[in-house]
Design a protein around this ligand. Structure first.
Ligand code: FAD
Length: 478
């Protein structure tokens, strides 16, 4: 991704970009869901969906369904939709409903009926607006990570990026401490003005050679491990959504591709050992006790600074947040874009501060999932829902919600809407049923919330959209 973007931005000015990959080390091979920013990336490079999606077994994604995170009746699952240009017609009613419900009024405040993307995904449709429906519909993708890596490498090479297969064994620094060159295990030397460390969790340049400290997120995000396995596609075919289902010490993703589904259990090794995690994943997926699985360790946190001397860390070398909201590729894009602008304006400190804020902003949203989930059945969930190691920003957001305050204004006041918009915060907090108990809810004499009207509108909008299966077969035929 970085090679493609840099080539597009700087290639025509004569900058030579070389991509080095190691055959011996390989890629991590997970990371199969995206946010809508990946669409903007392909659009910017001028790569049509028909060119890359069939090649990468890709499907559309309208959002993420969270299941089993709350045991409050009626709130067992909810959907975090990607934003659409139709939301302004329903979102204000949803915000009003959640505010009234938080203050004890008996109004329908579960997020699902209010959002078009939710209905599109649940009805097995694709988030592709036809020409007669002139509203932008944000969407992301699911894809095979190996195939996307290879496809993007091929696009990069076709656009002029040089490609080398080599395993870097040594990094030389000059007398000032900058990286002077890299040496491969077969004796070749690679020298450049600028190095991007995209070496994965190894962080060979940023941490290994430049000794930039790593700031861990373990104190409020407990998960440090994953176990993954593929399954055949369900008979109903792929729906345009990721599922994130809570489990005894973490959560399990389900990501449908055109060829198979990817499944993974993200868990905390402090609460569950790897064999029990594998057994729980197999049971969840309906697999035999000896079905093959792959175990991974996750290094959660970020480099203190992403741009150090003549090195920019990117991807897993730069940092990693557990993939609950599938934000890693989105951060790659924000990093490359922010970096090229900062490089041209010589604003290293401003860039590093902005990236740190982005990580912390996304981290807080993920921490909020755990902190406000309504599940207490294991030590893991009792600890995750009760600790007080929250940033000041998150404390203020949660306090605003529970004291019946204006959460939308608070998100804007803190200038964090660029990481998660007010809609996302409302959807999560309402989706877990963070409201006064139902039995104490007071009927309102004249409720301003007409849920039937909202549902008729969302239903009517959804009728315009093709089924997911139709949309995928049109792509393959193109
Ligand atoms: C469990 C899990 C689930 C995830 N889910 C998501 C998700 O749903 N959505 C999302 O956006 N992201 C997700 N991610 C993150 C995503 O996988 C990564 O951001 C993405 O794959 C990019 O990885 P990378 O290129 O930084 O590292 P890697 O894939 O590890 O690639 C590292 C590269 O560096 C090369 N290399 C390493 N050392 C050397 C060396 N010495 N010499 C030469 N080359 C070297 C390797 O050959 C390889 O090409 C997930 C991650 C994990 C762990």
């Amino acid at each position: 991704m970085a090679a493609n973007l840099l080539q597009k931005r700087w290639g025509s000015a004569g900058t030579i970009i070389t991509l080095i990959e190691s055959r011996d080390i390989g890629i991590i091979g997970v990371g199969e869901g995206s946010t809508p920013q990946l669409k903007a990336f392909f659009d910017e490079l001028g790569i049509a969906e028909a060119e890359w999606m069939p090649r990468c077994n890709a499907t559309y994604k309208a959002g993420i369904e969270f299941a089993g995170w709350s045991d409050r009746p009626g709130y067992e699952r909810y959907f975090h939709p990607f934003a659409t240009a139709v939301d302004p017609f329903t979102e204000p009613t949803f915000f009003t409903a959640t505010a009234l419900r938080r203050r004890g009024g008996d109004v329908p405040a579960h997020p699902d009926p209010y959002f078009l993307a939710t209905r599109i995904a649940r009805e097995g449709r694709a988030p592709l607006a036809p020409a007669n429906f002139p509203f932008d519909i944000g969407y992301g993708y699911h894809f095979d990570a190996y195939l996307v890596g290879a496809t993007l490498r091929d696009f990069a090479v076709a656009s002029g990026v040089r490609h080398e297969t080599a395993t870097i064994a040594e990094v030389s620094l000059d007398e000032s401490g900058d990286i002077a060159s890299l040496r491969s295990d077969d004796g070749r030397t690679f020298a450049a003005d600028l190095y991007l460390d995209a070496s994965g969790f190894r962080a060979t340049l940023i941490e290994g050679a430049l000794k930039e400290p790593h700031r861990g997120f373990g104190e409020n995000l407990f998960n440090d491990s994953a176990v993954v396995t593929p399954t055949p596609l369900p008979a109903a075919g792929a729906r345009a959504m990721t599922s994130a289902t809570a489990a005894s010490a973490g959560w399990i993703w389900h990501i449908p591709l055109t060829s198979r589904a990817g499944n993974g259990y993200v868990y905390s090794s402090r609460y569950l050992d790897r064999d029990d995690a594998a057994a729980e994943l197999r049971r969840h997926c309906g697999l035999a006790e000896d079905a093959e699985v792959r175990h991974l360790s996750m290094k959660c946190g970020r480099a203190e600074r992403s741009w150090v001397r003549n090195c920019l860390a990117i991807g897993l070398a730069q940092g990693f947040l557990e993939p609950l909201e599938a934000t890693a590729l989105h951060i790659v894009l924000a990093t490359v874009k922010g970096f090229t602008a900062a490089w041209e304006q010589d604003d290293r400190d401003g860039f590093n501060a902005a990236i740190a804020r982005r990580y912390e902003g996304i981290r807080d949203y993920i921490v909020c999932h755990y902190r406000t989930a309504q599940r207490r059945d294991t030590d893991y969930w009792r600890d995750a829902t009760s600790h007080d190691r929250l940033s000041d920003s998150l404390k203020q957001l949660i306090t605003t919600w529970f004291t019946g305050g204006d959460l939308e204004a608070e998100v804007h006041r803190q200038e964090i809407a660029a990481y998660y918009a007010p809609m996302s915060w409302h959807v999560m907090l309402a989706g877990y049923g963070n409201f006064p108990p139902d039995e104490r809810a007071r009927p309102l004499p004249a409720s301003p919330v007409d849920l039937d009207a909202v549902e008729r509108f969302v239903h009517g909008c959804a009728l315009n959209f093709p089924t997911h299966a139709e949309a995928l077969s049109r792509l393959s035929a193109a």
